[in-house]
Design a binder for this molecule. Sequence first.
Ligand code: ADP
Ligand code: MG
Length: 367
Amino acid sequence: MKPFPETPIIKIEELYGREGEVSQLRRLVLEKKRWVAIIGPRAVGKTSLARAFATQYSSATGKPAVYSNFAGIHNFTEFVERFGLDVMNLVHENKLKLRRVSLGIKFFEAVLEREKNIPIAPRNPAALFDEVMRALPEGSLLVWDEIQDMRRERNKLLAALWRLHNVLAEKRPIIIFTGSAMGLFKKLLNPEYDDYLYGRAPVRVDVEPWDVQTGVEFLKRGLLAAGNVDFSIDELREASIKLGGFPGYLSSYGRGRIDGLTHRRALKNAHEEAVKRAMSELRSFVRLRPQREYQRKVIALLNAMGEGVSRPSSLARLSGLTEVSVVNTLETLLEMGIVEKESKSKVVSIYRFKYGFYQEAALRIRA
Ligand SMILES: Nc1ncnc2c1ncn2[C@@H]1O[C@H](COP(=O)(O)OP(=O)(O)O)[C@@H](O)[C@H]1O
Ligand SMILES: [Mg+2]
């Protein structure tokens, strides 16, 4: 196996240091038949964990697993199209046998067969969604990645999930949601919306970056396997600390070293990638707010946090947001796993970014 691949891990044997998370998933999905939400910041390894688990699930049970990536999907129609085509692609590759062929299935078949995959807008996406679900074999596992992006028609998706619980009941597929704890995801996890999910909201599994030592061992193992790199443990320790123990950025550092870069250069490149990816995550966080004016204030709040301001009262003054909105925003960033909170007294808490590259990203982000 080539160390530090650029794409997510798909085989369980290649998934490093996630034994705890995998057995937690096994317990929830196989024993309790629960839906799961895998939450964490970018590059922490959510997709890898979900996909490696899904592959193992498939080979252990003989049931199909369908992976869908919903990054950039805006509404329910696009959601159903993406999902339907992912299912049909597996059917075409002979990796999935449907239980029945319905009009909905024929619809996606037709879309797939059209040249260049030009989408035909479905007239009733909710009915199509239900038909595809009924056609899936019992025990299917669905991985729904990056669902937080869906800004419009969230209630249509929640209603569709409610129908799954209500109509298909025990025959419903198992779903692993992954993404960042913002937008639709917040809603999905919020007990207020539990009605939609028939009292069966997904169980949250947080994916944390590795500690310094695990990061060092991960790098050491990969670099030794590559065999062409002269490295010291101090260098790997510095990389593990600076890159916050994020598998994605550690891998990028490792690839740099294998490609012949010096420690300094490889670390600088990986850190720069981390800042850029953190900026794009913070930008999607800002864009979830509909009004421009509000977006500008959230950016001002992030800029101030980038400068090191940590008190909600000061952040409110500097951003023009009310202190209540400041605290709500900070609490979402806390949920997303990128800031930490420290209680200063019974009434005052301060918030700081957990990782240097998020602080740098917050400083650089502009309206
Ligand atoms: N447990 C792991 N073992 C080895 N490599 C990993 C692991 N988790 C993530 N990676 C590497 O890090 C990169 C980013 O991981 P990914 O799963 O895409 O993160 P996320 O979905 O959280 O953004 C992947 O390309 C993968 O190669
Ligand atoms: Mg991912």
